[in-house]
Design a binder for this molecule. Structure first.
Ligand code: NAD
Length: 460
């Protein structure tokens, strides 16, 4: 066979593979400019769809998420090496069951002597969304439901280390949309996201609003884009336990919250301030609930695994984010498989001050509530993201909430109650502290429009 024929065959095989992959991954494009063109077309079609049709699409998406939750959980752990399949499955189910749809768009009306004025929640248009590696598919799915409910289209630039599972979610959303008779490519992404594709997305005139879910770098980048932006940034949630709490329950709740998905959630308990007079009981309760206590030299050895010292400051060793507790212990010569590693430290220990996203929880003894609140507020670093407390003293609950000013504040429950898992209220995986939307939902992704009719439709 001559060379020309061979390269013809190779090209055709590559074309077929691409066609197959495109077929498998709806909405996922090779380049950002192709993704932007496609989503722009889709948004124009979507403008003529009714709210009822939006809701039908969302219903299909919810069904597919529930069917494929475990598959995405597995893929997420496999691709990123972070988190736990069982917990990630629960996170997907939470997205399917508790992300608000179109019912969240509550129009308002004023009527009076001068007639009637209507406030409606209108779409922004095409929204550009940047998603994290810690909840990759969950964020794509949750954003998609809320943004579609608001009448928008979305272009994602997922985290490069989690783009396979994020793009699986993009494909799933498109399958749901098509099954309900919606337009093609209402939600798009790129096969290999990069900083360049992210910049192209942010600067495109097609994109009318930006949403960033991630650490401080991405939130800063989006907020300086000159466009309407929602920033959901970093946290370092403290939890306080005082001597009025149900200590056994507090211990179990903290172990469950801090070990959930290996501490990846931005809302998870990341350091604990315990009253001195109950600290021993609390630690014993945590061990009973599945934690492993390390001491002395073991803490210093673990520090060398989790953190890297740079110019006198500690930063996380990214290799270790979201790994199983047993792997950390193995590294310091301990053979055990607990949910969480706990240790006692001083306030300024990096295990307290750095947002590690690892199943390692430092416990600091405090004399009283004043000291607990002061230390917890310092450890939260003004992120105003999440904070938690176990106490039956109303003054303590109120004082801490006032001092820490976080978007989420959970009392007497695991941290995940704050996003609707075992607590009232809807869920989200984009908690917008810096820009103030709080737990985002469909209405966060809309613009208010006012329509005024003078001297009419006022019927009383
Ligand atoms: P990350 O900041 O490394 O990445 C998030 C996304 O931003 C990725 O897609 C990344 O590629 C992109 N990115 C990073 N810097 C950028 C820049 N300068 N310009 C454009 N894009 C940029 O975060 P991660 O490690 O994937 O996630 C963990 C962090 O996200 C933690 O700090 C956690 O608290 C936070 N987080 C917050 C929320 C929330 O709702 N507030 C939710 C999940 C995670």
């Amino acid at each position: 066979m001559d060379e020309a024929r061979i390269s013809e065959i190779v090209e055709s095989v590559i074309r077929n593979i691409n066609a197959k992959e495109n077929k498998k991954q709806l909405g996922v494009f090779d380049t950002m400019s192709d993704a932007l063109d496609a989503v722009n077309k889709a948004y124009k079609q979507f403008r003529s769809y009714s709210v009822e049709q939006r809701e039908k699409m969302i219903t299909e998406i919810r069904k597919l998420i529930l069917d494929e939750a475990e598959e995405m959980a597995r893929l997420g752990v496999e691709e990123t090496g972070m988190g736990r399949v069982t917990d990630k499955t629960i996170k997907h189910q939470l997205v399917a069951n508790k992300t608000p749809g179109t019912e969240d768009l509550c129009p308002r009306v004023y009527t009076g002597d001068d007639g009637m004025t209507l406030i409606e929640m209108a779409p922004f248009g095409v929204i550009g969304s940047i998603t994290p590696s810690t909840n990759p598919s969950e964020t794509v799915l949750c954003n998609s439901i809320g943004m579609i409910a608001g009448g928008n289209a979305v272009v994602f630039n997922p985290h490069p280390n989690a783009c396979r599972v994020a793009n699986y979610a993009v494909d799933l959303v498109n399958r749901g949309i098509l099954a309900a008779g919606g337009p093609e490519n209402l939600v798009v992404s790129v096969k290999k996201p990069t900083h360049e594709s992210s910049n192209e997305m942010m600067n495109s005139p097609i994109v009318r609003m930006l949403v960033a879910t991630g650490g401080p770098g991405v939130v800063r980048a989006l907020l300086s884009s000159g466009k309407k932006a929602i920033g959901a940034g970093a946290g370092n949630p403290p939890v306080i336990v005082d001597d009025t709490a149900d200590i056994a329950k507090a211990a179990a709740d903290i172990v469950n919250g801090a070990s959930f998905d290996n501490n990846l959630p931005c809302i998870a308990e990341k350091e604990c301030f315990a009253f001195d007079n109950i600290a021993d009981e609390l630690i014993a309760g945590m061990i009973k609930a599945g934690a492993y206590l390390i001491k002395g030299e073991q803490i210093e050895s673990l520090k060398k695994v989790c953190l890297i010292e740079k110019d006198g400051k500690y930063v996380i060793n990214k290799k270790w984010v979201g790994r199983d507790a047993s792997k950390f212990l193995k590294e310091i010569g301990i053979d055990a498989d607990p949910k969480l590693i706990i240790c006692e430290t001083e306030e300024m220990h990096p295990f307290v001050q750095v947002e590690m996203m690892m199943p390692v929880l430092a416990i600091v003894r405090v004399k009283n509530i004043d000291e607990a609140i002061d230390m917890a507020v310092r450890a939260e670093h003004g992120n105003r993201h999440s904070a938690h407390i176990h106490s039956k003293n109303i003054d303590h609950l109120t004082r801490f909430a006032r001092a820490v000013e976080t978007t989420i504040f959970v009392k007497n429950a695991p941290s995940y109650a704050g996003i609707g898992a075992g607590g009232e209220g809807h869920t989200t995986f984009t908690i917008a502290g810096p820009t103030g939307e709080g737990l985002t939902s469909a209405r966060s992704f809309t613009r208010q429009r006012r329509c005024v009719l003078v001297d009419g439709l006022h019927i009383v």
